[in-house]
Design a protein around this ligand. Structure first.
Ligand code: IFM
Length: 454
């Protein structure tokens, strides 16, 4: 195999970080498991969404994905080979409750996660479980999905069953992954399941997601001795497209809807007044006691960091009236996402200054590039390797400046089903040949393993 040169990469070593730092990689159920019709799994909103031509760029679905449901021992071996000490995965709700809720859960689904968790522990991988990474049972969507307050109760019933079953071994629980995406990509922009396009619905969905998070925390703690529980948000530093007063006002509005809309209620301040004023009667219905529930103290905040957003004033573009723009001359990944390790430092410092979470984990960070397989089968993904090394260096700078950063999870262990992009975007440290299901560690994965061995 071609051995990639590490020349030009920043000097950074594992020993530059505290000894108890969590080093991991992340995945999610729908993106890797496949086996959509195996083990009594019910239909999810993503199964249904993928059926409509035009929803997924390459016309694919997660029906087979990485076949992780059947190949998980090999995948956990790869994670162990990297030298990580933690592994973040998500549980497919439709494997536990095929019809979303009800008196009986699916024992085969629970037994799968039993084996998976035991497999992690046998390999020295601390399990970090996400309860909701976007695969809602379709049966619940048929009754209105997250727009309905009843879905909060269904989530609590699911959480209760899963945490009772796995809580003797899984101590780290993340309620939701990136509620912004569920709410706004799924219910306003319509590019994610369930494909709705209604801003008012998106805001109500968002409220129910946050409420279900807050109400789940005491439940998890009651079921899991020694539990550590939190939520993972996708957060962005927001920058102005120009020095104009209009663009700097746009930054504040955009930050309000993208970052503060989540962090303010989670840290006990309710929804930001400036955004509520912009929303007017689009604002979600909030019941008495909801904000107290949402603000239940979490043990940590999970931050998924990918890129800063540059915004311009855009009168007429909805109540927030901002537009994300691409500044010329910016380094970008194949997705067009700007690359800014310094943005990650700025974001982490800002979170600490304004909300001061007890502990912060980078629960996702990663990049997609057009990986080429060499004649000898190797994948020399120098750009991803450089992205990873530079973001680890940025993590170190954030620690130096006082951020209580306790861990870093690379996205992702494997190439996988990248939602509306299908299999056209690869984020893995491991290359997956989907036809043969052969896995090959990329140069970035080799570099991460080398880094973790220092
Ligand atoms: O693949 C996704 C993941 O499911 C959620 N966070 C962002 C990743 C890359 O787009």
């Amino acid at each position: 195999m071609t051995q990639p040169s590490s020349a030009g990469l920043p000097a950074i070593r594992r020993s530059d970080f505290p000894a108890d730092f969590r080093w991991g990689c992340s995945t999610s159920s729908y993106q890797i498991e496949g086996a959509a019709a195996e083990g009594g799994r019910g239909e999810s909103i993503w199964d249904r969404f993928c059926e409509t031509p035009g929803h997924i760029r390459d016309g694919s679905s997660g029906a087979r994905a990485c076949d992780h449901y059947n190949r998980w021992p090999e995948d956990l071996d790869i994670a162990r080979g990297l030298g990580v000490n933690a592994y973040r995965f998500s549980i497919a709700w439709p494997r536990i409750f095929p019809a979303g809720t009800g008196a009986r859960c699916n024992e085969t689904g629970l037994a799968f996660y039993d084996r998976l968790v035991d497999g992690m522990l046998e390999r020295g991988l601390e399990p970090w479980s996400t309860l909701y990474h976007w695969d809602l049972p379709q049966a619940l969507q048929d009754r209105g999905g997250w727009k309905q307050r009843e879905t909060v109760d269904a989530f609590l019933a699911y959480t209760d069953v899963v945490t009772r079953r796995l809580g003797d071994r899984v101590k780290h629980w993340i309620t939701h992954n990136e509620p912004w995406c569920t709410a706004f990509l799924g219910h306003h922009e319509g590019v994610h399941a369930p494909g709705q396009k209604d801003y008012r619905t998106a805001l109500q969905v968002c409220h129910h997601l946050l409420l279900s998070h807050g109400r789940a925390l005491p439940l998890i703690r009651g079921n899991v001795p020694g539990a550590r529980a939190g939520i993972t948000l996708s957060l962005h530093p927001i920058l102005p497209a120009s020095a104009s007063a209009a663009d700097s006002a746009a930054v504040s509005r955009h930050d309000g809807s993208r970052n503060r809309w989540f962090l303010d209620p989670l840290y006990g301040r309710g929804y930001p007044a400036d955004v509520l004023e912009l929303l007017g009667d689009l604002a979600p219905v909030v019941h008495h006691g909801d904000f107290e529930a949402i603000a239940a103290p979490a043990d940590f905040l999970g931050v998924n960091y990918y890129f800063p957003e540059v915004v311009a004033d855009a009168p007429g573009e909805g109540p927030i009236a901002t537009r994300v723009v691409a500044l010329p001359g910016t380094e970008r990944t194949a997705f067009g996402w700007p690359v800014s390790p310094e943005g990650m430092v700025d974001l982490l410092l800002r979170i600490q200054r304004d909300w001061a979470p007890r502990e912060v984990y980078l629960t996702e960070n990663g990049s997609t590039y057009d990986d080429l397989v060499g004649p000898d089968g190797s994948i020399v993904d120098s750009e991803r390797r450089s992205y990873l090394a530079r973001h680890l260096q940025a993590a170190r700078r954030a620690l130096d400046q006082g951020v209580p950063l306790k861990g870093y999870f690379a996205w992702s262990l494997l190439d996988n089903f990248e939602w509306a992009e299908g299999y056209l975007r690869r984020f893995g440290l491991t290359y997956v040949d989907y036809a043969s299901q052969r896995r090959t560690l990329k140069a970035s994965g080799q570099w991460y393993a080398g880094f973790l061995a220092t």
